[in-house]
Design a binder for this molecule. Structure first.
Ligand code: GAL
Length: 687
């Protein structure tokens, strides 16, 4: 593994260094030139200080193999600079033009059924295509040479949401790339056979050439082949990212490079934790999800983005001022929710807040997607809201550059466990890895406790409690890290379908939960998933769904915290806790196991016991906890306290001393009033 690039924030940022970035994707090439001057004026009115042009401008910049048209972009760059607006410039490679796909149809991706994904939308290219790479890198080089010294340029933005539509390509070229990747990983065909367990169903390979991506097959494709294909596909896109970064590094070494991730909802195409070391700062796109608790999902995603960014400042590259266009029913946002969402990202470390896009398009597939300037124009509630948010971000300038403060609790998130645990032919097709993690996160928020969502492998010492929901794949390194954490006095909470398989998705034999069995001091002989809609009663009055297990205690230091109160395991342990022997320090650590799906309410019922033992303190006053999320940033001299109302109702928060950077004080001394979805930000001396 290469060592990570050091963190570098936006260049040319004397103004940006002291201000939170504010802006959008800017697509002036969709508009007549007359509109551009008005754009700049309105941007200034809104407090915009950075925009991202040229994301989808390849066809305009390079109208033919040997034709280039930069004049319009030169003009846009100059106008932005004259207007005091910096530029996060896209390399423009996201969507190859029709002349290129006509000339080279072999760059088009192919789905698992062997169907070509044709041009006409966007991202119609294969990560493994040498031909695509040649054309794309030539464009990157042209862009870099032309604009590297432009005074508006603050950062390079590689492509756009790599893998959004083309993460999985099953073409012959991908097959060749996959084989190379496998040779690197396994060395020999016999080692591949071992890792993939090919004695099963007569799958033994004798030559590398026989190995293919997991294309549509008569039955379930080999699970390790599927898992490795996800890994390979993520790495293939990463390799492409690195190729663009290498060109930028050579031609324009002074300008930091980023690319926008998609840490949101069920987007699982790419292992972003492994991508972060390849760029100078992390950027993420997040859209409010159509799910039961969109605020919690947003907070979870922002927290995970921060974890991936090593808790250094990151750039929220896209979110929506109001509705998106790609859900079945696209809900609008109030100004309060727009401000809430933006500040939720800032609380988790975003130092730049941007939208897709500046002006809502008049034509094209995204014409019903909101922008900063809506179809209604600047004389609109939405644009007034956009200006209000600009003013709020200006008021929050002191926060810039501060780091997210470590929470008391960490929640471990692992893309490989996500991919593997949701493969076909498992005990229950209803197991949802991210939802399990999100439930625990929501329950903590309900209890008034913020958690850091961190990628697997993040150092854990210092966290009072660590939760690893459904950590299905546990390799030797993670196993050692978790047991060391517990023997050093940490409190681990593990849940069903954790520790089951190694990195090749082979079961750890000799009882579940495999790799974590000794640490948890229990054993399970068989999973017993529950039918859809069924539940099992628990001794503490709550109930479990989805999953149950006959748990046997194997270690004298293990106690039963909660038992099953109905079903075949009635009277047997449902939640256990092993108190570890003291190895270092004076506090004994513990390892808790939850063998059923508790859901948010069930987690809430058991959390007080688990967290008290771990010494986790409630962060919000009783009565307010659960209604208000509290997240801290710090610059060492000051702490910045973000209080976000999770409800639609007014909440009065007592006892919040400090300077109000944003928010409304109440009548009681040091109290705050948070209207529905309202936010307050306080500055306090760091103790
Ligand atoms: C993102 C993409 C943008 C725009 C946006 C709409 O996935 O990067 O270009 O399509 O979604 O929500």
């Amino acid at each position: 593994m290469t060592s990570p690039r050091p963190h570098r924030w936006l260049r040319r940022d004397e103004n940006l260094r002291r201000a939170i970035g504010y802006g959008a994707d800017y697509n002036p090439d969709q508009w007549p030139e007359e509109v551009w001057a008005e754009d700049i004026e309105l941007m200034q009115q809104a407090g915009v200080n950075i925009v991202t042009p040229a994301v989808f401008s390849w066809a305009r910049i390079q109208p033919g193999p040997d034709q280039w048209d930069f004049e319009w972009l030169d003009k846009v760059m100059d106008m932005l600079h004259a207007g005091g607006i910096s530029v996060d410039l896209a390399t423009a490679t996201a969507s190859p033009p029709p002349w290129l796909t006509t000339l080279h149809p072999e760059i088009l991706p192919v789905n698992e059924r062997g169907e070509t994904l044709w041009p006409g939308a966007r991202q119609q290219w294969r990560a493994t295509s040498a031909v695509f790479r040649e054309y794309a890198l030539a464009l990157v080089e042209k862009m870099a040479r032309r604009y590297k010294d432009h005074p508006a340029l603050a950062s390079w933005h590689v492509s756009n949401e790599l893998g959004c539509h083309n993460a999985l390509d099953y073409s012959d070229e991908a097959a060749a790339g996959f084989r190379e990747w496998l040779q690197e990983r396994y060395g020999t065909v016999s080692e591949l056979n071992r890792a993939w367990g090919t004695s099963f169903w007569s799958q033994r390979y004798t030559e590398w050439e026989q190995v293919l991506p997991p294309r549509i097959a008569p039955s379930y494709p080999n699970p390790t082949q599927q898992l490795d294909f996800r890994r390979f596909s993520s790495d293939a896109l990463k390799d492409y990212l690195k190729a663009e970064v290498a060109v930028l590094d050579t031609v324009s070494p002074d300008v930091p490079v980023t690319t926008n991730f998609m840490v949101m909802g069920e987007t699982d195409g790419v292992d972003y934790a492994s991508w972060a070391p390849e760029i100078d700062f992390v950027a993420n796109d997040h859209y409010r999800q159509a799910c039961e608790r969109p605020d919690d999902e947003l907070s979870f995603s922002a927290s995970l983005t921060s974890g991936i960014a090593g808790h250094r400042p990151w750039y929220l590259m896209e979110h929506a001022t109001s509705a998106v266009n790609w859900q079945d029913i696209n809900l609008t946002k109030s100004t309060a929710v727009m401000i809430h969402d933006a500040l939720s990202h800032v609380s988790h470390g975003a130092d730049s807040v941007a939208f897709f896009q500046w002006r809502a398009s008049a034509a094209g597939a995204e014409k019903y997607h909101s922008g900063m300037v809506p179809h209604a124009g600047a004389d609109s509630t939405l644009f007034r809201g956009v200006c209000e948010l600009g003013a709020v971000l200006q008021a929050l300038s002191p926060v810039t550059g501060s780091l997210k403060k470590r929470a008391q609790v960490a929640l471990v998130f692992d893309y490989h466990s996500w991919w593997a645990s949701e493969l076909d032919s498992h005990p229950s097709a209803s197991f949802r890895y991210r939802q399990e993690a999100l439930d625990w996160y929501s329950a903590l928020l309900e209890a008034g406790i913020a958690a850091d969502v961190v990628p697997a492998g993040t150092p854990l010492s210092g966290y009072r409690a660590v939760i690893t929901p459904g950590l299905y794949i546990v390799d030797e390194a993670i196993k050692a890290q978790l047991s060391e954490y517990v023997s050093d006095g940490g409190h681990l909470i593990s849940t069903n379908f954790s520790g089951i398989a190694d990195q090749n998705d082979h079961i750890y034999l000799g009882r579940y939960p495999g790799a974590l069995r000794e640490l948890l001091g229990i054993r399970v002989e068989e999973f017993s998933p529950l039918p859809e809609g069924a539940s099992v009663a628990l001794s503490n009055g709550s109930s479990g769904t989805l999953w149950s297990e006959p748990v046997t205690i194997t270690d004298s230091g293990v106690e039963t915290l909660v038992s099953y109160a109905s079903g075949p395991f009635s009277g047997g342990p449902a939640i256990t806790r092993r108190t570890a022997a003291v190895v270092t320090g004076s506090r004994p650590g513990s390892a808790t196991y939850v063998s059923t799906r508790l859901g948010i309410d069930g987690v809430n019922a058991v959390l007080p016991v688990l967290l008290t033992e771990a010494g986790v303190e409630r962060e919000m006053p009783l009565g307010v906890a659960g209604q208000v999320e509290r997240v801290l940033r710090t610059d060492g001299v000051h702490n910045f306290v973000f209080l976000l109302n999770r409800t639609d109702r007014r909440v009065d928060v007592p006892d919040q001393p400090g300077t109000v950077l944003y928010g409304v004080r109440g009548d009681e001394p040091a109290s705050l009033v948070l209207e529905g979805h309202g936010v307050a930000v306080l500055q306090r001396a760091a103790l």
